[in-house]
Design a protein around this ligand. Sequence first.
Ligand code: FES
Length: 160
Amino acid sequence: MTTDKISRRALGGLAAAAGVGVPLLAACSSDDPATANDPSGPSSSSSTPTGSTPAGSSSSAVAGGEALAKTSDIDVGGGTIFSDQEVVVTQPASGEFKCFTAVCSHQGCIVSDVSDGTINCACHGSQFSIDDGSVVTGPATFPLAEEQITVTGDEITLNA
Ligand code: FES
């Protein structure tokens, strides 16, 4: 309770200092549904290359999308997080691939790992289904938004 009081006071103080308290909170909370419904967020403008793209060229994308991984990179019953693209690709059943935003619907952390059928966020312990992104364990109340991928042969491409 004391911490809660301090947090609110500190937040209020910060808000007063910045002069943007309410809009800041509003922007923060409205970001979650926006992430869930509008994938045209920061990922579309950021093209920071990583070592995870097998093609090796950061600017070239497979026609219509960005090469993410080989199908063999994704464990059956598990998944892989692509932090730079802010997505997680799962394989709930053999040959069935799903892709979700890796931005936790709770407070926006990048999810931390995939295990035992769930996508897990270490920030506050939320867990999401690898099958449909739905909340398995809170505090998150919104599912992870699905992202569109294309699987061609053994290549998984994040749709543009
Ligand atoms: Fe993921 Fe809170 S940000 S559980």
